[in-house]
Design a binder for this molecule. Structure first.
Ligand code: F6P
Length: 462
């Protein structure tokens, strides 16, 4: 059997239980013992040599980034240029040629670092926008292994993607892969339209194309979670101290809950505004509800993230100042990374899960909220139409995340929803979350990738 080699920007730091971000969750089921996981340690140091250690049978090979690489590749081009662009936030994109050169250099270092570790029949699976040039760099080094690439973020249409000065180079880089995976059909459409207009490829009916003498396949394959396992975690967590203390502190108030990275794409200011409107328009909810928002700090070297943090500090304070009472704080706001198990308990306790990103690849929190609910008395999911999860999670109340008034109305509907409708919606949602597990995501992607080898053998045996 082929060995799986995963490349991602960052590996989880050993000993840290609070990991922010969907990639680590999505990969947990793919990485079986015997696999290799290669990427940045998450540390900055002048020592950038490779370090290797074993975690439950998976070999982790990591390296530190130099200060310059961290600034140019990670903070700069990845998070100041590419991420806003992929999230449709053109106004936040800032392009600097020197940062692109640094991104190119670090992508080449990823490729040259992993090269000596590769075996001929490895399946190589590269993740996320940080590493778009790695597939072509491996091909340029003569590597013929099967290479897959998965976009955890959305992918915009060419009218947006093409604005970025090095868009063509990036597309060329990804097209070194044999299989390119996306969270939704519209992300795949955006990519294929970009490749058509910028690389001149001709896409066939099966969404494949030839590029640089090789066939490139595309696949819609959304991430997921292990629903039953997460439900168990949530049940256990709901009996432990953090959830128990939260329950007691609510004095019977209904909990609205959101847990996100503190990121400009998550729609947090609009969410705070919506809650503000809810309390003004529907005074019956005053003292009867409490909103808890966990916002794990993220990418704090990027100016927009620091600006957002200040804005939220102000808005949360303003809301609590105007609506709060001596014995009732309407909005509780935590800006610390919080263990996933604790979050699971909070999801279970919540009457309403509020997942309203302005745009998101998938939005795994939506699946986690659904799985965590008590099936006999479930809460209601209020979900952004622009989260990848909305394409599959039938049963949520869908909202336009830019429209705080619409979110406020949806929160009211969720808080007053009769039990039979809550039960019916949750049943549909749970079916979907169960049918789309993390293991299925990995299996579908890796089956497609393994199939590439079969095709090469078929062709060569003719
Ligand atoms: O949402 C995009 C993404 O790159 C995820 O794939 C990842 O888990 C998360 O952001 C965390 O990003 P960072 O490593 O920048 O904290």
């Amino acid at each position: 059997m082929s060995r799986l080699v995963v490349l991602s920007n960052r590996l989880p730091q050993a000993g840290r239980t609070a990991q922010a971000g969907g990639l680590a969750v999505a990969l947990a089921d793919a990485l079986r013992p015997g696999s290799l996981w290669f990427g940045w340690s998450g540390r900055i140091s002048t020592d950038t040599s490779l370090q290797s250690h074993d975690e439950r049978g998976v070999t982790h090979v990591t390296f530190n980034l130099s200060e310059a690489a961290y600034r140019g590749y990670y903070t700069g081009f990845s998070n100041n240029t590419l991420y806003p662009l992929l999230l449709f936030r053109l106004g936040l994109m800032r392009f600097r040629a020197d940062e692109f050169m640094c991104y190119e250099a670090v992508n080449n270092e990823f490729a040259s670092g992993v090269l000596p570790l590769l075996r001929d029949d490895d399946l190589i699976w590269i993740h996320d926008y940080h590493l778009m040039l790695v597939p072509a760099a491996l091909r340029a080094a003569g590597k013929r292994q099967r290479i897959g690439f998965f976009f955890h973020t959305p992918f915009p249409p060419p009218e947006i993607f093409g604005v970025m000065p090095r868009a063509r180079t990036l597309l060329n880089g990804v097209c070194g892969a044999d299989v390119i995976g996306f969270q939704t059909a519209s992300d795949r459409d955006g990519f294929l339209a970009s490749a058509t207009s910028m690389l001149g490829v001709r896409v066939d009916r099966e969404n494949r194309f030839f590029y640089a003498g090789r066939e490139v396949r595309t696949l819609v394959c959304p991430v997921g979670i292990d629903a039953d396992d997460f439900a168990r975690t949530a049940r256990d967590a709901s009996r432990r101290l953090p959830t128990e203390r939260l329950r007691q502190s609510l004095h019977g108030a209904a909990l609205l809950f959101g847990a996100d990275r503190l990121d400009h794409a998550k729609g947090l200011p609009q969410r705070v505004d919506a809650y503000d409107l809810l309390l003004s328009r529907y005074p019956e909810h005053r003292r009867a509800v409490c909103f808890l928002q966990v916002a794990a700090p993220s990418r704090e070297e990027v100016a927009e993230y620091r600006r957002l943090r200040r804005e939220l500090d102000e808005r949360v304070g303003d809301l609590n100042g105007r609506h709060g009472e001596a014995d009732w704080i309407p909005l509780r706001y935590i800006t610390r990374a919080t263990p996933r198990t604790t979050i699971a308990g909070f999801y279970r306790l919540a009457r309403v899960g509020v997942i309203t990103p302005l745009r998101d690849g998938f939005g795994l929190g939506a699946a986690e909220f659904v799985a965590a609910q008590d099936p006999g008395d479930p809460g209601v999911l209020v979900l952004s139409r622009f989260a990848g999860a909305a394409a599959t999670l039938d049963g949520a109340i869908l909202v336009n995340p830019f429209d705080s008034e619409a979110i406020a109305e949806a929160l009211h509907v969720a808080l007053t929803m009769p039990a039979d409708e809550r039960l019916a919606r949750h049943e549909r949602l749970l079916d979907r979350v169960r049918a789309q597990s993390a293991a299925d995501h990995a299996r579908r992607f890796l089956d497609a990738l393994a199939g590439v080898g079969a095709q090469v053998e078929e062709l060569s045996s003719v």
